[in-house]
Design a protein around this ligand. Structure first.
Ligand code: FAD
Ligand code: DLZ
Ligand code: SF4
Length: 509
């Protein structure tokens, strides 16, 4: 009896549950490049190339380990263009009677897979994805009956569960969270680490040519491809991060600098999210750096929190909230996404820098996503669903389970405060404090009104005014609403009028 195992593009781990207990003698593994997955949003070209190359390399590794792999390339003349179509063709090709998959990372595919047994008329087994620290059930149990679902409390559970940075029942260093030490701006004269670069081999070169030919109009540069595409390369990239950047990861986690897309970040999310790296193994390696005295606690705790805290927590929220989470719009934001999110043609130096490096590397670090492109969209009232589709398309690490809660919840407050305790609304002063962008900007960060006023300044107060009623009693927003309420009426009128004019010419900012 032949068993078909489908592995998705973000399931490139030898320990994936679909392979558990399978016998290479009667198993065929199907991996398929399909147009449907490459176009459900207009992905960055580097993202498609990265994933196809990683998929092809993984298929080679599985073959070397003794598995029969049926790999369907995008330009295979018979390619049906969808995962279901490829499964159907493979069932016939191999006369398969059983199909095994590991659950997919988004509702769209989950709902489709739930119908496969009926559709194909063979036995279909869908297994949980063990590459996460908390199962769906564990998250549901933690969330059950809580008034608020703050990440910090979930994170403490994960610390206890994994034993990471624990001394018995107490957190290492007597504190769970050292974020207060982690808000330093960087300066251009510091030593700047760079992510490890991997020369593209023949497989990657072929894939880059394929993507250039098949996706000529998609966003993003394919030049100078340097990402890791195998587990071994990804591990080398991570080890490089441990050595050159981890010690300062905490200090400069929120910093931004011109011409420095990566700073002290790990640049590992692409590898983690498609299965080339294992989250728990990474955290254990980071903990070793602390105990060996090579990295301080604020850096190590900060990094571990991102992985066993934020990453696990957003996944929990995604699956708990259901498919309609993608359509939440608590602040009723309806503005179309400005064209400069694609073209980078804007005089706002901060937004331009974030979009340019996104175009060049399919990467921007967390504070750029949250406090530059995210905050601008929030203040301007951009439709969160459009913005979600942009984030999902342009980042090399973007899959809906992780991108959506970060966008709809954390960055846009579109879930009404389920995930974030307050909207990430801020004036230009925040960006000025954390970056060197403002010095070379066409706008003046110190100007609150007038032709040169930083758009973040004007739109910040406009946002507070627009949503004053909602936030007047909010514990963390009431103060700002009061400041607005007390502002001189003439000044209020100027801000509202200038903001309205600015939003009318948003495409020219
Ligand atoms: P580092 O800063 O070095 O952090 C280490 C790791 O921690 C990351 O690789 C990542 O796995 C994890 N991590 C850190 N913050 C988060 C977070 N908020 N949620 C989940 N994991 C986190 N991350 C994605 O992996 N995919 C996405 O599609 C994605 N979309 C985002 C959209 C928005 C609007 C925002 C605000 C954040 C988004 N993030 C996303 C989270 C974060 O920006 C990226 O994980 C991070 O920038 C990846 O770069 P890095 O590997 O250098 O991370
Ligand atoms: C993102 C992506 C792309 C671009 N292409 C493929 C593909 O051709 N075949 C495939 O199996 N997976 C691809 N993926 C990843 C899937 O979209 C991902 O598995 C789902 O979004 C679930 O997380
Ligand atoms: Fe961004 Fe305003 Fe600073 Fe310009 S002045 S870089 S728009 S924060």
């Amino acid at each position: 009896m032949t068993r078909l195992i489908l592995l998705l593009g973000d399931q490139l781990s030898p320990s994936i549950s679909a392979l558990d207990g399978a016998d290479p003698a009667d198993t065929v593994i199907l991996i398929a490049e399909v147009l449907g997955e490459a176009t459900y949003v207009p992905h960055h070209r580097r993202k498609i190339a990265f994933l196809f190359s990683a998929m092809r390399h993984f298929a080679e590794e599985l073959r070397e380990a003794g598995w029969r792999v049926d790999y369907v390339t995008l330009d295979d003349p018979g390619n049906s263009g969808s995962l279901a179509g490829e499964v159907e063709r493979a069932i016939v090709r191999h006369r398969a009677q059983l199909l095994t998959v590991t659950e997919a990372g988004e509702w769209r595919l989950k709902q489709e897979m739930d119908g496969w047994q009926h559709r194909f008329g063979i036995s279909v087994t869908i297994l949980p994805d063990p590459r996460f620290i908390a199962s769906h059930e564990e998250f549901a149990t933690w969330a059950e009956g809580r008034k608020s679902l703050r990440m910090e409390y979930f994170y403490r559970e994960m610390r206890r569960k994994t034993g990471l940075l624990m001394r018995g029942d107490e957190p290492e260093g007597g504190q769970w969270n050292f974020d207060a030490d982690n808000r330093k701006p960087a300066s251009a004269d510091l030593f700047m680490p760079r992510p490890l670069r991997h020369a593209p081999d023949t497989i990657t070169q072929e894939v880059v040519a394929l993507v250039a030919a098949r996706f000529p109009d998609n966003f993003g540069s394919l030049d100078d491809f340097w990402y890791a595409v195998t587990a071994e390369q990804a591990e080398a990239s991570f080890r490089h991060f441990l050595k050159v950047a981890l010690p300062r990861f905490g200090d400069f986690q929120d910093a931004m600098l011109k011409g420095e897309p990566f700073l002290y970040h790990a640049v590992v999310s692409a590898y983690l999210n498609c299965g080339l790296l294992d989250p728990l193994a990474m955290c254990r390696a980071v903990e070793v750096e602390y105990h060996a005295g090579r990295a301080p606690l604020n850096a190590v705790e900060g990094f571990i929190r991102q992985i066993i805290g934020w990453r696990e927590y957003v996944r929990g929220i995604y699956w708990r909230e259901g498919p309609d989470y993608a359509h939440r719009n608590a602040l009723d934001a309806r503005r179309p996404l400005p064209g400069f999110y694609w073209s980078a043609k804007t005089r706002m130096a901060c937004v331009r820098a974030a979009v340019e490096q996104t175009r060049d590397h399919a990467y921007a670090h967390h504070i750029q996503r949250l406090m530059v492109t995210g905050t601008f969209a929030l203040l301007a009232g951009v439709d969160p669903h459009e913005l979600h589709q942009w984030y999902l398309a342009v980042y090399i690490d973007a899959y809906e389970w992780v991108e959506l809660p970060n966008t709809v919840g954390m960055s846009q407050y579109a879930d009404g405060g389920l995930l974030a305790s307050k909207p990430y609304a801020a004036s230009g002063a925040y960006i000025d404090r954390m970056s060197d962008y403002c010095g070379s900007c066409a706008y003046s960060v110190s100007a609150k009104t007038g032709a040169k006023a930083c758009p973040f300044n004007l739109l910040y107060w406009d946002f507070i005014a627009r949503h004053g009623d909602r936030f007047r009693k909010h514990p963390r927003m009431a103060q700002m609403v009061r400041t607005w309420d007390r502002m001189d009426e003439r000044k209020q009128a100027i801000i509202r009028a200038e903001s309205a004019a600015l939003l009318d010419r948003i495409e020219t900012l």
